[in-house]
Every structure is written in C-alpha cells, then in structure tokens.
Design a protein. Sequence first.
Length: 216
Amino acid sequence: MEYMWDTEEKLGPDLAPIRARFTVVDSQVSGPSCLDGWVFRDNCLSWNADLKAQNLPAYMHLDVSLTYNNGRLPGADRFLARIDDYVALVRSVPWLAEFMSQHPNNKLELHYGPERSFDREAVLSDLAKELRDHRKNVLADRLIGEVDKCALLQIEASAGRWSRWVVFPNREMLLWCFSGDSDLKWKAAQLDGWDCGGLLRCTGVVIEPDGTLAPR
C-alpha cells in the first residue's frame, strides 16, 4: 500500500474543522486500496487517522477512515455531524464504562468510516454472513436493520489480546470476535462461538447493558 504523508497539503480546508475539535495523533492518505469497515477495497484512496479529544477518556481513540477524492474529504461534514452520537452511545454502556475505568491501560477504538461507524458493505459481507452461517438469522437481521445507529469498536487488552464489538442503539453489545482464550470479563467456554482463523474466535454472543450475558 502506498502512503502519502504530506496530509496537511493533500486535504486543505477539509482538515481544519476536524482539527478544531480533535487532536490528530496520526494520519495519512493511503491507496490504491482503502479501509471500509476494516475491509480493504481496491481502487480507492482514504484518509486514515487516529483522533483524540480532551473531552474523551484517555483510553478512547477514534479510528477514522474517510474517502479521499482530489484533495477533498467528501465525508468530513457527515463525520462531524454524526460522531458525537456514536461516542455518546459507547460511553453510555454501564458495564463497559466500569470495565475500562478499571483497566486504564486498555485501549478502546471507536471506528468511523467512510459514512457511519459500521459500514453496511462490511456488515453484509462479513459479520451478517457469519451469523447466518451459524444459525443466528434473527441477530443478523437485527444488525442489518439497525446498522446506521450501531457503533463498531475494537478493544485492545493486555498481553496482545483484542476483540471487536458492535454496540446496538439500546446499549446491548454483540461480541463479534476475539483473540486468545478469553475476552475482558469472560472465558471462551462461556461464549457461544466458533473458530474463525488461528486463535481468533467469532461469536454471536450479546451482552446486556449491565454486563450479563443475554439468553442464547
């Protein structure tokens, strides 16, 4: 993948309102493939950034990937209009807020890009298919129906462990996948799931806002 590091010059006026609200920890314009909900698409350019803000907990980062087109970020205004809702949703989950406050060295990345937190193409091609393949059709239908308001997270824990999550509008959380033999508060044996490559385990487990496992 090719990286263009002179980001300020490439983006011009579209970067200024983002910088007014967030600290850009790292960013670059990359191509000829780009991230689309953690899935790479060919023949496109994207601005990929790690953002922080003073009003966010130290552990919380924004993992942003916006389409780059002829020196502009056509999705910048939409990002600025929508990101606060996704942040508020993530921070409103009681068990997650408590867990992260007790483990400040963990890192929580809220993904956004290119038009929403959880891109519809990635939902249909990856997670929804996985759920249907494992007889979780009701959960797949719910995900597709609510995807515009869902938040997509990656949590990096100790010893190189990490997991990906979907936060539903009602503050329930779907554990998508995790590495290792446990995730956060739970052992793998507690989590209904299936192997999906190496040490990676995929699940259809839903966690209630209070941190209890929803009925299977």
